[in-house]
Structure formats: C-alpha cells, structure tokens
Design a protein around this ligand. Structure first.
Ligand SMILES: [Zn+2]
Length: 414
C-alpha cells in the first residue's frame, strides 16, 4: 500500500487527498488538498473559477505517534460570484481562518469540558491562549448550527456570575425546562438584561410564563418592563441569603460590643456554626447554639429567625406559608435586630414573588448548580480575563454544547 494512502486513512478526514509528506525537525508534514478541484468560497461555498492567488498554509492536526503533525496546502483566493469579492477558499479539514483542524479543535474543547486548562495545554502541546481561542470557535460553531436557543422559552432564570475576583459580572439566562444556559452577556445592570429581552423580541417575550431572579432592583425593573404578564419568582436561595447575611451582620455587631477578649473570641468562633444548614450540625454544634440563648440572646434570636425563614420556604401550602411569612415579618420587626428589620421590609415589598416559589417550586437552584460548575471551571485556573472567554466556557460546559472528541471510524480505503 502506498504511504500516502496509509496517511489518508490515518488522518481520517472526509474529502481530503494526501499528495505527499516529509519529516521535519518539528514533526511530520503532510501535503494535502481538498477532494474537489474547483475552489469553493470559504464564506458561502459557491464554486469560484477565477483564482486570484495561492499561498502556503499549515494546519495543526492530532499528533501522530508522538510527533507533531501539520497539514500543508497552498490555499487559493478566488473571486466569489455570490459574495462579489475575493475570498479565501474553503477546506474540508478546518474552519475558515483557523490554524487547527476541526478534529484538533473538537478534542481541545472536549478536554476543556473535563479538565484544567493546564492539562489541556500540556496534553495538546499548545499555548493557553490558543485553548481559549479554540473554545470560542467551537462554541460559536455549535451555537450557529444548534437552532435558535431563544425559541420556545417558558420558564427562565436570570442570574449573575462574578469573575476577576468579583470585580466583573456576567448575566446569564437559563432555560429551566432544558436545563441549559441560553444567553450570556457582560454586566449585571437593567440595560444588560434588556439586551436579552431585545434579542428575544416581543412575540417570544409573551410566551414567557415565569422568571426566577434575585431581588436585585435592576433585574426586577428589566423583567417587569419586558414581560409584564410573566410571574416573578424570587429565588429562595437569594431570599435565604438575605437572612444569612443579616445573621452574620448581627454576630459582627455583637463581637464589636463584647467586653472581654474571651467573649469576642467565642462569638467569632460561632461564625461557621451559624452558617451551617440544620442537617449539617454536629451534636457539639447544636449544644453551642442552644447555649447561645443564655450567652448572647441577639445572635440566638437572629439564628432562630434565619432558621424559621428556611422552614417557611420549605413549606408546600401557599396559604400556610403566606400566614407564617407575615408573622415572620412582624417578628423580625419587633426583634429590635436592625439587620432583620431591613430584611423584613424587603420581603414584605416582594411578598408575592417570594411566595410564588412555594407554589411553583421553581428557583435558580439549577442555575446555582450551574454556578457551582462555573466556579469549578474558574478554580481550574482558566483565569478569565475577558467576559467573552468566560462566556464561551459557560456555553461549553453548561450550554449543552456537544463536542465529539474522537475520530469517527477510519474513512476506509476507497
Ligand atoms: Zn462566497
């Protein structure tokens, strides 16, 4: 069998002809060409007979037996009768303008879904920056071909994600029914979210039945303006966090007020116990929390308020929950805990949206799950410096983007 035939089978790329090959200091160089004669426009695919010029280019493909492998081809530029301008021709092995084959890029994207950027870069022997660029291209290709993600949305969640040590934000929209991210953009203002509703358009906005969101005034404004018919459901975890933060603020006040060093130290050490969920407490924790009633009544009271709010939101009966939540607001107000009086005012203002969770059970829980996934991504040291890199990664890992890492079966000896 001829070596060029062996190489064609090994490369396993459709519509590719192997002309020649040579070994270089850097690895193996394979001269290839498209399986068609007449150049095709890289933009629109139209056949272009009027060739302008040709220039040698190389594309990185999967390593072969540990050797770096490049495809080499004199790529043509031709007058495209459809685009009415000079275009670089289409090649069957790589995207327009890419320096890597489709197979190489798909593998990088697959690895990036699974492991750290360092692992991807080392394994694929490529630069970090390159990994980011490839991810962006693979995601863009997938979003182009995957149909319009903004169609048929009924239940969505709005959430914000921080990056660059909480200095920058990205707003993401989740489709609750399909459990995937459908839209993301830099920023967390009303204007950011308005851009999403503009992309959605009035017809699709009308189909929205419910939107889960946090209690941010900017988001509330944008959602109410764009889709006044949809129900607002305030995310229970964000509501709980208000109480958790109020509890922590109360504890901090008490540390400041404490007289002796020992008292201060004891109250400081309570921080983590106060943050734990009830089911996560050890016997010793429970004992400490019970002691609080005697040791520091304000913190004890704050903790009870936080726990009772959680229990109200756990409830399933809307009428019961409404009555209990109103009592809770009255309790919080009369507790003389300033931080809880503030939370009570916020909850009262948004009472219906907070209770909507009890009847619908919809929350950003899924989004929060995705948030966890994104935090993992960030921890994997992808070190996002730009919103577009983070957004590409969000779509890659949480947008249901499908990548095929391996070769299909060898394309045979035809
Ligand atoms: Zn064209």
């Amino acid at each position: 069998m001829r070596t060029t035939t062996v190489l064609r089978v090994l490369l396993s790329i459709q519509d590719l002809v192997v002309r020649n090959f040579q070994f270089e200091a850097t690895g193996l160089l394979v001269d290839v060409a498209p399986g068609w004669q007449i150049a095709r426009c890289g933009e629109c695919g139209t056949r272009c007979r009027a060739v302008h010029d040709a220039r040698e280019r190389r594309w990185r493909h999967h390593d072969l037996a540990g050797m770096t492998l490049y495809l080499r081809y004199r790529i043509r530029r031709a007058d495209c009768p459809s685009c009415k301008t000079v275009k670089t021709e289409k090649v069957p092995w790589a995207a327009n303008g890419a320096n890597f084959t489709y197979d190489f890029e798909e593998r990088v994207a697959f690895l990036a879904q699974q492991s750290s950027k360092t692992a991807v870069a080392t394994l694929q022997r490529t630069a970090w920056r390159t990994v980011g660029m490839i991810i962006r291209r693979v995601v863009a290709r997938s979003l182009e071909t995957g149909g319009d993600r903004l169609d048929d949305l009924r239940f969505i969640g709005v959430d914000e994600l921080s990056y660059r040590r909480h200095h920058e934000y990205v707003t993401v929209i989740v489709d609750h029914e399909r459990s995937r991210i459908v839209w993301a953009s830099k920023g967390k203002s009303a204007a950011t979210l308005k851009r999403f509703f503009d992309d959605l358009g009035p017809e699709r906005c009308e189909k929205l039945e419910a939107v889960t969101l946090d209690l941010s005034a900017a988001y509330i404004k944008a959602v109410s303006e764009a889709t006044p018919e949809a129900k607002l459901i305030f995310d229970r975890f964000h509501v709980q966090r208000l109480a958790q933060d109020a509890l922590d603020d109360t504890r901090r006040d008490e540390v400041r007020e404490a007289v002796t060093k020992d008292q201060k130290k004891a109250l400081k050490s309570m921080r983590w116990k106060l943050q734990k969920s009830a089911w996560n407490l050890t016997d010793a924790d429970i004992q400490d929390l019970e002691e609080l009633e005697r040791v520091n009544y304000p913190i004890f009271r704050a903790h009870m308020l936080k726990e009772s709010l959680v229990s109200i939101l756990d409830g399933r009966q809307i009428n019961v929950a409404r009555r209990r939540l109103k009592n809770w607001i009255a309790d919080a107000r009369s507790s003389s805990l300033v931080h809880f009086a503030r939370v009570a005012a916020t909850i009262e203002k948004h009472l219906d949206g907070v209770l909507e969770y009890v009847s619908s059970r919809l929350s950003n829980g899924r989004t929060e799950g995705l948030n966890g996934k994104i935090r993992t991504i960030t921890r994997r040291s992808f070190g996002f410096h730009s919103a577009s890199a983070l957004i590409a990664m969000i779509f890659l890992c949480c947008g249901g983007v499908h990548v095929t890492p391996a070769h299909s079966a060898p394309s045979g000896f035809h």
